[in-house]
Design a protein around this ligand. Sequence first.
Ligand SMILES: [Cu+2]
Length: 125
Amino acid sequence: MARTMRMPITLLAGVYLGLAATSMTVSAAPNEASGKRHATKAPITVTIDAFQFQPDKIRIKRGQSVIFVNKDEVPHTVTPEKNGHFAPSGIIKGGEQHEVLFEPAGVQNYSCDFHPSMRGRVIVK
Ligand SMILES: [Cu+2]
């Protein structure tokens, strides 16, 4: 049944060589994984909504910052728990946001001064 589908072998070989050349070009692209310690790191956003930090657990790199965006109508805070290594946000009013810089590596737990059940975690690598 495939009798009519015969193709010259040289044509097929040419196609495969072409594909191989293409994929080699792609894999030769520069590897950005080995970034320097002070490379620019875009901030990550955590939303405060309905009295919850969302997401309440994130992983970031040293020197990266997190922007906490308060979408509630009431004020909240992002306050480090004991032995935390970042500056407390102070009051973030409803509709406002605050950027927190995380420098040393470690697990940083935080909570809201006004609503202690609101808790979150930032893992700094
Ligand atoms: Cu709160």
